[in-house]
Design a protein around this ligand. Structure first.
Ligand SMILES: Cc1cc2nc3c(=O)[nH]c(=O)nc-3n(C[C@H](O)[C@H](O)[C@H](O)COP(=O)(O)OP(=O)(O)OC[C@H]3O[C@@H](n4cnc5c(N)ncnc54)[C@H](O)[C@@H]3O)c2cc1C
Length: 212
């Protein structure tokens, strides 16, 4: 289960977010399930990492999302205390200011590969959450070089996006996990995401019209 920190009150009080995430993690552990702390825009990064660090100290069935777009991410990887770690690596959906983030596709990709190298060096479980097949190939090469087995990483994709890739990855023996937004509040959720990054609307229109 993936939950955004502001959905459990991070922007009200960090201890509230920690309490609600902890309840959820305990409940999910009884069901044999995993809780992913998602990453939102940069004003929430410090608080999210603090909450995750405290959560992970008590609940092994939890993981975090890190964004290659942000300059700070390699240092954030170093700052996460030792021990088993499960990271969903993403480019980052929020359009962040150029003072703190890469804004062009190539540097965002290069930073993604660098972060995967750092995660591999500490033997973290890595979820490659991308639909960028060239980037995925580069990351697979990094993980292979680091001696990863198929149990130590997976692909994560958004429902409906580039399904031909999932098939290719699954046929090659990789695990592919599909992210499925659900619940009655899907409309405000979707609109909020499009406001944060209007490029999503372009993706949706291209997919609907089957362009590209
Ligand atoms: C499982 C999952 C969880 C995520 N969780 C977070 C998170 O917690 N925080 C966060 O900041 N970001 C999150 N993201 C979003 C991520 O940061 C990127 O914005 C998103 O994955 C697009 O980048 P890309 O790596 O797929 O490459 P891109 O270069 O953006 O896309 C590669 C290809 O996929 C297509 N594509 C990509 N996205 C879409 C779409 N939505 N609809 C249609 N086509 C699309 C593009 O047209 C292009 O052809 C998540 C992504 C995934 C897959």
């Amino acid at each position: 289960m993936s939950v955004k920190p502001t959905h459990v009150g991070l922007s009200l009080r960090e201890d509230l977010a920690l309490e609600l995430y902890s309840d959820l993690a305990g409940h999910l552990a009884q069901l044999g399930l995993f809780l992913r702390v998602e990453m939102e825009d940069h004003p929430t990064t410090d608080g999210t990492l603090r909450v995750f660090t405290a959560l992970r100290a008590k609940h092994a069935n939890t993981g975090i999302v890190l964004q290659s777009r942000l300059f700070r991410t390699p240092k954030d990887i170093d700052a996460i205390p030792p021990g088993p770690l499960n990271v969903r690596m993403v480019k980052g959906i929020y359009l962040e200011p150029a003072q703190i983030a890469h804004t062009q596709p190539e540097p965002i990709r290069a930073a993604y590969v660098e972060c995967v190298k750092k995660l591999a060096a500490r033997k973290a479980f890595v979820a490659l959450a991308t639909h960028d097949d060239l980037l995925a190939e580069q990351c697979l090469a990094v993980l292979k070089q680091a001696g990863y087995t198929r149990e130590q990483y997976e692909f994560q994709v958004l429902m409906g996006v580039r399904e031909e890739l999932w098939k290719k990855w699954r046929e090659a023996g990789h695990t592919v996990r599909v992210y499925v937004p659900y619940g009655p509040e899907w409309r405000p959720y979707s609109i909020r995401r499009m406001r944060k990054n209007p490029q999503i609307l372009g993706h949706v229109m291209r997919s609907a019209l089957r362009i590209g």
